[in-house]
Structures are given as structure tokens and as C-alpha cells.
Design a protein around this ligand. Structure first.
Ligand code: TRP
Length: 338
């Protein structure tokens, strides 16, 4: 298949908090697998991170850290464009144009906005938090991406993206490809180790909530060994909320090994939760140690990461600027004379 005919994929993660095994199993692992089938664009969405207050030095460090984790996880910069969102100014520009086409009712209805804003005083909620989905739509639409590999919690954002793309296409003529969410069958939703009823988050303060991708093996093991389970003994997949902890550990095991559920249940037949936890810890560490070794190597190679990000931004701009030029023309902007 030639480069021209491959369908496009775009996805991104915010450079805030610490990337977890939830990010890995829900997104990164799938990105790596899509690289040969699609023309892939993977960005670090620093503009999105600004929707809540950030320390500038920490944001800068996190942006590089997340980029290095993409590469360490197996994103190949020869195949995929890896770039920082703010390096491609088309994102903010398209975002404004789409903002003017977005009914605010659509924004107030988004569950993520409702969740995040309910935790804050009305006066201190940044307008960026409300407009967040528009920027995400711009990220996707600029690349005419047909598939967006994300975790289960991003479904509504993808629906929003399709809605705004359709609205633009109706208003100004066919311009944007309508993207589909691509949600992994296994591991799309990894739950908190300390609270298996809430999704694992990279910005949760409590110590035993999540295994971070850069956790040393003994810490990762300790977090898994202490994860919350029920008082039962059968190691079985279950949709019973009471048994969500064990189900979550099994889901992690399944997403890492790719084994069918029945085979996993058979493996733990007659064994207890302690055995399951040990086995999960081992699988997690087997996956994390080569990732961490690659991470450390490339963070120590002077200038390597910056060069990759510069090349990624160039490739991204070539596509994004082309779409933006068409959009500018469609909405009636005078083309710059020179
Ligand atoms: N909203 C996404 C998240 O929190 C991050 C994101 C921003 C994204 N822009 C994107 C994901 C474009 C996919 C495509 O996970």
C-alpha cells in the first residue's frame, strides 16, 4: 500500500500528571499496533493541558517526558509523526473558526465539562475548559483522520467532533472527513487500584491509585499487591461492582497477555487473589522494564528527542496547513497577497 492511500489516524495525550498503565493499555499499546496500517499522527496536547493551571517549568518537562514515553512504548518516528500540539499553530487557528460555529449548549452538555467544572467555583472555571472539545475536534479534523484510537472515556468527544465536522460541511461544503473512535476491546477502561469503581487517572494524588509507566518495579509490585479486592476467593471475570477489583486485575492481565478470558480463568483455577496479584505484577513489570530502559536511553541522548519533535512538527504542518488553507478559503477569508 502506498503512503498516499493509507487512512489517517490521530491521537494525543495531555502532558499532565504521570502516564499510567491505564494510558498504556487504553491508548499507547493500540497506537503502536496501528502504525503499519495507518498514516499516524501522535501529539502531546500541551494546549489542552493549559485548560487547568500549570506550572510552566513542569509543563515543559512533562511535554518532553510524554514524548519520550511515546517513543519508548514503541511509537516509531520513522513511521509515525510525533509532535507537540503547540508547534503546529493551525490547531489554535482552526479551533477559533470552529468555536464560532459551535452552539454553547453543545459544550455545556459535555460530561467531562460537567465533571470538571462541578469541582470548582463558577468564577474560577477557565473558558478553556468549556472550549476543550473544540480544540480536540480541530486536532482531529486538521489531519482528516478517519480513526482516533482513544480510551472509552473519549467517546463523547468523538461524537462532538463528528457533529461539528458535519455542521461545517453543511454550512461551507464538504471539507472534513468524519472520524470514528477506535476503542480497544480489551483494556479500554482500566480502573483505579485503590478504587475499582473509578477510572484510573494520571492526576490522582493518592499513592496506591495507579501504576505509573515510570514506576520502579518494586513500587509497581507494591501498588498491585495492595490493590483493593473483595472478600471472595474465586478468580473470575465479573461485572458485579462488588468484585470490580478482581475484574480490573484480570482485565490488566488480559490486556497485557492477549489471552482469552477462559484461558486466564483456567490458569487461576483453585488459586487465590494473592496469586493473581503476583502474576499481574510480573506481567506489568515485564512490560515496563524494557520501556523504561528505552526511555532512559533516549532521554540521555542529547538533542535526539528535540530532533524527532522538530521532524514530527514539520510532517504535521504539511498536512494541517493544507486543510487550514482550504478552511480559510471556505469561510471567506481573503487569501494573503504574499
Ligand atoms: N481529550 C483527550 C484525553 O483527555 C486528549 C486529546 C486531545 C485527544 N486532543 C486529542 C485525543 C485528539 C485524541 C485526539 O484523553
Amino acid at each position: 500500500m502506498s503512503g498516499e492511500t493509507k487512512k489517517r489516524v490521530l491521537s494525543g495525550i495531555q502532558p499532565s500528571g504521570n502516564l499510567t498503565i491505564g494510558n498504556y493499555l487504553g491508548a499507547l499499546q493500540q497506537w503502536v499496533a496501528e502504525q503499519d496500517t495507518f498514516e499516524c499522527y501522535f501529539c502531546i496536547v500541551d494546549l489542552h493541558a493549559l485548560t487547568v493551571p500549570q506550572d510552566p517549568a513542569a509543563l515543559r518537562a512533562k511535554t518532553r517526558e510524554v514524548a519520550a514515553i511515546y517513543l519508548a512504548a514503541g511509537i516509531d518516528p520513522e513511521k509515525s509523526a510525533v509532535f507537540v500540539q503547540s508547534h503546529v499553530s493551525a490547531h489554535t487557528e482552526l479551533s477559533w473558526i470552529l468555536t464560532c460555529l459551535t452552539p454553547i449548549g453543545w459544550l455545556y452538555r459535555m460530561t467531562q465539562f460537567k465533571d470538571k467544572s462541578s469541582k470548582q467555583q463558577q468564577e474560577s472555571i477557565g473558558a478553556g475548559l468549556l472550549n476543550y472539545p473544540i480544540l480536540m475536534a480541530a486536532d482531529i479534523l486538521l489531519y482528516q483522520a478517519s480513526a482516533v484510537p482513544v480510551g472509552d472515556d473519549q467517546r463523547q468527544h468523538l461524537e462532538f467532533t463528528r457533529d461539528i465536522a458535519q455542521r461545517f460541511n453543511h454550512t461551507y461544503g464538504e471539507t472534513f472527513t468524519l472520524p470514528e473512535a477506535m476503542i480497544p476491546r480489551e483494556g479500554a477502561r482500566i480502573m483505579g487500584l485503590d478504587n475499582p469503581l473509578a477510572k484510573m487517572s494520571k492526576s490522582e494524588a493518592s499513592e496506591y491509585h495507579a501504576v505509573y509507566l515510570l514506576d520502579p518495579p518494586d513500587i509497581a509490585r507494591k501498588k498491585i499487591m495492595r490493590s483493593q479486592t473483595d472478600s471472595g476467593r474465586d478468580v473470575r471475570f465479573s461485572s458485579d461492582p462488588e468484585r470490580a477489583g478482581v475484574n480490573n486485575l484480570l482485565t490488566i492481565y488480559q490486556a497485557l497477555t492477549g489471552e482469552p478470558k477462559e484461558a486466564i480463568e483456567a490458569r487461576f483455577e483453585g488459586k487465590g487473589y494473592g496469586d493473581l496479584k503476583k502474576a499481574v505484577a510480573e506481567q506489568v513489570n515485564d512490560r515496563l522494564s524494557p520501556l523504561q530502559a528505552r526511555y532512559n536511553r533516549l532521554m540521555h541522548e542529547n538533542g535526539y528527542l528535540d530532533e524527532i519533535l522538530a521532524q514530527g512538527a514539520e510532517r504535521a504542518r504539511a498536512v494541517a496547513d493544507k486543510t487550514l488553507a482550504e478552511v480559510r478559503d471556505r469561510v471567506g477569508f481573503v487569501a494573503p497577497y504574499r
